[in-house]
Design a binder for this molecule. Structure first.
Ligand code: BES
Ligand code: ZN
Ligand code: ZN
Length: 447
């Protein structure tokens, strides 16, 4: 898809107009695309744009003119409509013999300005994340994720620290290493740092992403069905890398750290057994009763390392539990926080980005009680199915100091979809990237 900016009506095959729901239809050379009512704007407008793109493609039209409704303010027009078109036209065809050769010329009413530039950066970051999540586990290994981070560091002048197995052993990252022990591939802890140029950073934000390049469950093996999509278990780290793709270009004025502990969860000969006990980086011991609850083990160490950076705000993203998907469905992420103002800011950024979050309880003393282990400080599963996403969030809390402004985003549901959904083509959605970027941009515009 090629977008050209124009002030006058060009000789395009079809004119696209956005209308109220009851006015839809095609009349002559005008395609009227409805904007759903009763849906938040951030979602409805992008969704309508994506509908337009899919209709145009299905009919086989080669050129269109997109006209701005007179009442729509430019911020919405570019950020949402333009983004919707671009996000919907994404496809992952790296391994396809026959690529999709559909070419659409889009004439866009208006000019290339700062708002479009920003929308382009946000879309490219989202697609960067989507590509990473879509990349299969035989290609996207822990080393591959480390290389992606190193390339971003080189291209943008970010600082980077990488810790391999010998260093991790010396540091005592035993919860992370326990997960890595069942895989032949080298694990890496990666730490990227962005500092704003020429100005003092307003705050320090530390982002942590779950980075399981594949989750077989380990000895607590998943079912065949259950592991079909488990290449997506690196979606948290992929969102963090997507953010780093855009930080420099957006000129964000926060200091931003990106941290992930990359490994696979496999059942090889050295794999941990259910019942093993390890001493985590924080000093707390963990009884690992289920090796499929591995994300919380890698995050326990990554988060304990992250707090050493003294963040003003600490945010982690993880495809942590199936339970979060059962609770909220596949389109909404679960948000847990120790700081309601931070939670609010993330929700607001999500609304602007067109990504949905819902607030879940963190301090549930009854569920917390179930974390007690007979032989260690804590155990990694409760032993029953109830409140699994809350249990996991509280488990992470165990590795953080009492006073910390922290948000945990369980993104297991919305990072991947089997069918096209709104502005997300089937496959990885890149969820989290745009919300984090809007959070860092502190967009104050009313949406
Ligand atoms: N990576 C999975 C969670 C997941 C499930 C992500 C479905 C995306 C879709 C995680 O490591 C896991 O296996 N969690 C278990 C925890 C259980 C053993 C306590 C789960 O949710 O079933
Ligand atoms: Zn698992
Ligand atoms: Zn997992």
């Amino acid at each position: 898809m090629e977008i050209k900016f124009t002030k006058k009506r060009p000789k395009a095959e079809v004119l696209v107009r956005f209308v109220k729901e009851h006015e839809k239809g095609i009349k002559g050379r005008t395609m009227k695309v409805p904007v759903r009512s009763g849906v938040p704007h951030g979602i409805a407008l992008r969704w309508a744009a994506a509908d337009a793109y899919r209709n145009i493609k299905a009919i086989g039209i080669r050129s269109v003119y997109i006209k701005k409704p007179p009442h729509m303010e430019p911020f919405k027009w570019y950020l949402q409509m333009y983004e919707g078109f671009k996000l919907a036209s994404y496809s992952y065809d790296t391994f396809k013999g026959k690529k999709d050769d559909y070419q659409l010329e889009v004439y866009w009413q208006g000019e290339y300005n700062d708002l479009v530039r920003k929308a382009d950066i946000l879309v490219e970051a989202t697609n960067f994340t989507r590509d990473l999540v879509n990349t299969p586990a035989n290609v996207a290994t822990p080393e591959y994720l480390k290389n992606v981070a190193e390339n971003l560091a080189k291209e943008n002048g970010y600082e980077i620290r990488v810790f391999g197995r010998p260093e991790l052993e010396k540091m005592g990252m035993n919860a992370f290493l326990a997960v890595a022990s069942g895989s032949e591939k080298e694990p890496y802890l990666v730490h990227l740092i962005y500092r704003p140029e020429g100005k003092k950073a307003r705050k320090r934000i530390v982002l942590v992403g779950k980075a399981l390049t594949f989750d077989s469950g380990g000895l607590s093996l998943k079912t065949a069905q259950g592991m079909m999509t488990m290449k997506i278990d690196k979606a948290g780290a992929s969102a963090v890398l997507g953010v780093f793709h855009a930080l420099k270009r957006l000129g964000i004025d926060y200091e931003v750290h990106g941290i992930f502990a990359a490994t696979e969860n496999m059942p090889d000969a050295n794999a941990i057994h259910p019942g093993d006990v390890v001493r985590s980086y924080s000093g707390k011991t963990i009884e690992i009763l289920n090796t499929d609850a591995e994300g919380r083990l890698t995050l326990a160490d990554a988060l304990a390392y992250a707090v050493e950076q003294e963040p003003d705000h600490l945010i982690d993203l993880a495809t942590l539990t199936g339970s979060a998907v059962v609770a909220l469905g596949e389109f909404t992420a679960a948000l847990f926080t120790t700081d309601n103002r931070l939670g609010h800011a993330i929700m607001k950024a999500g609304n602007i980005a067109g990504e949905r979050f819902w607030h879940m309880p963190l301090e549930d003393p009854f569920i917390r009680e179930k974390m007690k282990s007979l032989i260690a400080d804590v155990k990694n599963v409760s032993g029953d199915r109830w409140g699994g996403a809350i249990f996991a969030a509280q488990f992470l809390r165990e590795f953080l100091p009492e006073k910390v402004s922290w948000a945990h985003l369980d993104i297991a549901g919305p990072v991947f979809n089997v069918k096209d959904w709104a502005y997300n083509p089937a496959g990885a959605t890149g969820f989290g990237t745009r919300t984090l970027l809007h959070f860092l941009l502190r967009t104050r515009r009313k949406d």
